[in-house]
Structure formats: C-alpha cells, structure tokens
Design a protein around this ligand. Structure first.
Ligand code: SF4
Length: 214
C-alpha cells in the first residue's frame, strides 16, 4: 500500500483532474434512483439511462412497482443484463418498502441492505444521492481496480477497500470519489490496457497487476 503522504497526494491529484465528476444515472426521486441502481449492476450507464425514461413514466411510486406485472416490468427493462432477475428484485424490494416503510425508500444503511438487489455499494449510492447522507464510499469495479493498481488499497474485498479508503480519503471527497475513479478509468486507467505513459500518477502509482500498458 502507498504510505499516507503518497496516498494523500494521489487522491488530491485524482480530485484535481476530475473536478466535475458526478453520479451518472438519471433519476428524479429516491424510488427512481433505487430502481436505476438495481438495473445498473453489470450494465453500462448509457443503457440504463436509455431504459429509464419510459420506465419512470409508467411506474412512479414504490406501490406502482410492488403491484407491477413481472413480465411487463421485465419487458420495460429488457435491454439491461439479467432483466428478469432485476425486475423480480425491484418488485420484491418495493413490496418491502410499501409494507415496512410506508412507500418511502429507507434512509439507513441497515434498512437498505435488507432489500433484495441492494448491496453496500448501492446502499451508499442511494444514501448519498437521494438523501445527501455521506457515511461511506460506494465501491464499484472502477474503485476496486484503480485502488488496487495505485496502491490506495491492496484488498480485493469491496468492504475492506471501503474501510481503507475511508481512512485515507478526506471526508469532503467521499461523495464523489467513486465518480472521480470512474472518470479516471474511462480517460486513462483503462480496464484492460491503461495508458500509463499519459497518466498524471505515473511514477507515483504502484501499477499493481498491470502487465501491459500504453
Ligand atoms: S499509472 Fe497506469 S495503472 Fe497507475 S493510475 Fe495511471 S494509468 Fe492507472
């Protein structure tokens, strides 16, 4: 792992280079966000954002989703991966939300983690973007990959990576940290062949696991 000084400088450089990073899925309400976040697992954001306008128009509340016909909901989201499974989870989660939370998406980590299709990453995403509650850092595949490569965390487990990051990332950066990492992944630290020769972290980054780079 990087020492505290190198880690702090790495994080500052990432933040400086992607000042406009923000959450990428479109939504207006907490229930929109919960549904979009469930749909986004292993699916590109653009595909989710293309599916959701029709979906959000047809289903507006947790009750609408709880009462949805599985086949119709699945058909609405058929362009995302695992559409059937995700549609099933949305209906189940919304039934719990209607029954236990009067139709309001819960605003606590513990409650969110009890909903089907919601893991810690998605729960953090909902808390941050729907309610402005910033108690954690969403750890997605980009955060895992770039944290490991740079040496910000050497763990492979998202929960442990989040703990490592919460120790070294200033709290003011938690809200957008995952989106900064994603921006770096798209621009330079590409998934298969990172462009290390053009990277502002070159020389400081550990390049863990990088066997080929441009
Ligand atoms: S130096 Fe290479 S591996 Fe490290 S962050 Fe930059 S692009 Fe990624």
């Amino acid at each position: 792992m990087l020492d505290a000084k190198d880690a702090a400088e790495t994080i500052e450089l990432l933040e400086e280079n992607y000042p406009d990073s923000h959450y990428y899925l479109n939504f207006k309400t907490p229930i929109d966000l919960l549904v979009a976040a469930i749909l986004s697992a292993q699916t590109k954001d653009e595909i989710v954002n293309r599916s959701t306008p029709v979906l959000f128009d047809r289903y507006r509340t947790a009750k609408d989703y709880a009462n949805a016909d599985l086949k119709e909901l699945e058909d609405c989201v058929k362009s995302v991966s695992f559409a059937g499974n995700k549609a099933r989870n949305i209906i189940k989660a919304c039934n719990i939300i209607v029954k236990d939370y009067c139709g309001k998406v819960p605003d606590s980590m513990d409650a969110l983690l009890k909903l089907p299709g919601i893991g810690r990453k998605t729960a953090n995403t909902i808390l941050i973007n729907a309610y402005g509650i910033v108690d954690g850092i969403p750890v997605d595949t980009w955060v895992i990959k770039i944290s490991n490569r740079t040496g910000l965390s050497i763990s492979a487990k998202p929960d442990l990576i989040e703990e490592d990051l919460k120790r070294i990332v200033k709290r003011k950066y938690w809200r957008n940290f995952a989106y900064v990492m994603k921006a770096h992944g798209h621009a330079i630290c590409k998934s298969v062949v990172p462009v290390c020769s053009k990277c502002f972290l070159n020389g400081r980054c550990r390049r863990n696991g990088v066997t080929r780079s441009d």
